[in-house]
Design a protein around this ligand. Structure first.
Ligand code: PRX
Length: 642
């Protein structure tokens, strides 16, 4: 057990199983990062070796130049010789009474090959984009791997995103195939996913829809376009050669929030992403043979891609995927799962930790959590209170608690203390991964002193898994990540500081993106959706603190018709749920006369946040309409006392 203000160092027991326990690795890697990545890459199989490890002229750069590989060869074929019958993936369904499904490495290899062949027959080839809109069922992992085996670029869309959100992403990626399911279970009810998927196909290039039978429900069907997954794999041969991929060929596109309305398609490439997923999973989580690794994130997010699919498979590990939610049918569901499988490595988000904290430790008592050896957190800043609770109550004061900082763009973890070394300091993520050069800079580009907050940036040679672009949008790529410091370094968009020992604490975003229950959302995307409504003249959305979810959206709307307020508010909620999904449901909607703006017309969202938290507004002289502020304060806080 540790208390406020203390740090934890791993015990000799923890060190015994650790891949890295000697601090010298930091020095060695810093002196020559390429050498470290070279060594790690050599632990994997390549069809052709690289001419050069890294070549770069930022903002463009390449890793493992000239090499050929296929990630599925390393995820599957490589393990068949020595551990064909080892369990690769365990699937736990939402319904407690439904049987689990277990795939050995051989099972998974065969399923992936069958589906790859079926995709090939449907015309899928190297470079084609394939949309995947599936819940947490084994077929989502099989689909990603089946695409990768053919060299097709998968683009997974979170299954709880709405049809509109799916449509925008499919259209941007020009996907020609969509893989979805008839339906899935959410809190015991069936969500009709195929129906939603169909609504998301307008204006897209999708010619075939492959439907996994999961919920056994009737679905709308378009003859000639729709096929059942189970039918097309039924008679397939269970072997197909992996397509050789250049290191810099795209492996997947994953959409994430931008500061404006349209989501950005982050492009990750075959060679670099593979090496980074492999190395970070191994060294950070200390993956060992007998481990059961469980990352609770949905596969629709990057954590799902790297640590519920590629990372564990590249390491030949056993991992778990779960269809359900933390608190259904009861708040002990996750504890039940940890106990059932003897999970050793548990990776989750602060929002879940806060929920467990609120429910108290009593409900955890019936369960064995002592199989846990490493616990970890990702997705948002974790408070000292939540950190201590997670460490003491779940990790029983003996498990390293890794607070891992990274982003969709970085492909894998960038900053965290390593399990075998520590230190684990509440609310601090720790040191950059060996060989990764992170700096904290002020707006002029000067390095911040310890304790001073600044912009987190990455310096060359970056990391092999860093995104290589935004799909079809070079301008956005340059503007978002590179232009702030003259194309010399990658700007993460996050703010953080170091303590006097160099440990990094990430405090949040420097822009208007928000994190709702760990899900990265852009207020811009929601605002664009609302702006299409004829009753809405203008709107602005900000994130406010929430005890469980971390942040939640609050909407400010200026109406341009005489529609009754209640009706307009309901309309706002409906549009956001339909256009983005239920996770983005606003906590509150305020109808205001005007929004505070600068003279150049920029909405001052900072003032809206201040009004919500009842802070002093400060100097309003740069506003073109300072009178709007008092009216907003009155709307939010009630009329002011005279
Ligand atoms: O603001 C940071 C926050 O999540 C953002 C990345 O979100 P996303 O691309 O959805 O990827 C989430 C999983 C990697 C970051 O820009 N974030 C992520 N991890 C942490 C964090 N903030 C504080 N502490 C973390 N450990």
């Amino acid at each position: 057990m540790i208390k406020k203000g203390e740090s934890f160092y791993p015990s000799s027991e923890v060190k015994k199983r650790a891949w890295l326990k000697n601090r010298a690795i930091y020095k060695e890697a810093a002196a020559n990062p390429q050498k470290m990545w070279n060594k790690l890459a050599l632990e994997l199989q390549w069809m052709k070796k690289w001419r050069k490890i890294y070549a770069g002229d930022p903002p463009h750069f390449s890793w493992f130049v000239g090499a050929k590989s296929n990630i599925t060869q390393n995820c599957l074929d490589r393990h068949l010789k020595l551990q064909k019958n080892k369990v690769a993936m365990i699937w736990e369904p939402e319904n407690v009474a439904e049987p689990k499904r277990i795939y050995t490495y051989y099972d998974l290899y065969r399923e992936v090959c069958k589906f790859s062949r079926a995709l090939k027959k449907l015309g899928v080839k190297k470079g084609d984009r394939v949309g995947i809109y599936l819940p947490m069922i084994p077929e989502v992992v099989i689909s990603m791997l089946a695409c990768a085996r053919l060299g097709a670029v998968h683009s997974v869309v979170f299954s709880a995103f709405s049809s509109n959100a799916l449509q925008v992403r499919l259209e941007d990626a020009q996907a020609k195939i969509l893989i979805t399911a008839d339906g899935y279970y959410r809190r015991g009810k069936i969500i009709e996913l195929k129906k939603g998927a169909d609504e998301g196909l307008d204006n897209t290039a999708v010619k075939k829809v492959i439907v996994v039978k999961r919920a056994n429900i009737e679905v709308p069907w378009q003859e000639g376009r729709d096929v059942w997954y189970q039918d097309i794999i039924k008679d397939e041969i269970d072997a197909i050669d992996p397509v050789p991929m250049d290191s810099e060929d795209p492996l997947f596109i994953l959409y994430t929030s931008g500061s404006t309305g349209k989501p950005k398609g982050c492009v990750h490439v075959c060679g670099g992403y593979m090496v980074q997923a492999y190395a970070t999973d191994k060294w950070i989580f200390d993956i060992n043979d007998e481990d059961i690794f469980w990352s609770t994130a949905d596969i629709g997010w990057v954590t799902g891609h790297t640590y519920s699919c590629y990372g564990p498979l590249l390491n030949g590990a056993t991992f778990l995927i779960f269809e359900g939610l933390a608190d259904w049918p009861n708040a002990d569901r996750w504890a039940q799962v940890i106990d059932k499988y003897g999970v050793t490595t548990f990776y989750t988000a602060p929002t879940a930790i806060r929920m467990f904290m609120k429910n108290g430790t009593e409900i955890l008592k019936p369960y064995r959590l002592d199989t846990l050896q490493v616990i970890a957190s990702v997705g948002e800043p974790i408070s000292e209170k939540a950190w201590l609770w997670y460490f003491n109550e779940i990790g029983k004061g003996k498990c390293p608690l890794l607070d891992t900082w990274w982003q969709t763009e970085t492909g894998g973890i960038i900053v965290t203390s390593l399990a075998g070394m520590g230190p684990f300091k509440p609310a601090f993520t720790g040191l950059p991964f060996p060989g990764v050069r992170v700096k904290i800079l002020d707006d002029e580009g000067k390095e911040c002193k310890a304790g001073k907050e600044g912009n987190l940036v990455l310096l060359p040679p970056f990391i092999p898994g860093l995104l290589r672009g935004i799909y079809n949008n070079e301008k956005k790529y340059l503007e978002t990540y590179w232009s702030a410091y003259k194309n010399k370094m990658y700007i993460s968009g996050d703010l953080g500081y170091r303590d006097k020992n160099g440990l990094i604490r990430v405090v949040g975003r420097a822009d208007d993106q928000i994190k709702v229950a760990g899900h990265r959302l852009t207020t811009g995307e929601m605002e664009s959706a609302l702006a299409k409504n004829l009753s809405i003249a203008e709107c602005a959305i900000v994130g406010v603190a929430d005890e469980i979810k971390g942040e939640v959206p609050v909407v400010f709307v200026v109406s341009k018709t005489d529609i009754p307020a209640d009706q307009l508010k309901a309309e706002v909620v409906r549009i956001i749920r339909e256009e983005i999904g239920p996770i983005a449901t606003p906590k509150e909607v305020f109808i205001v006369k005007d929004l505070p703006k600068t003279r150049s017309g920029k909405i001052m969202r900072r003032l809206l946040r201040k009004a919500l938290s009842r802070e002093e507004m400060g100097d309003l002289s740069t506003l073109s309409n300072p009178e709007s502020v008092q009216q907003i304060q009155e709307t939010v806080q009630g009329p002011r006392q005279a």
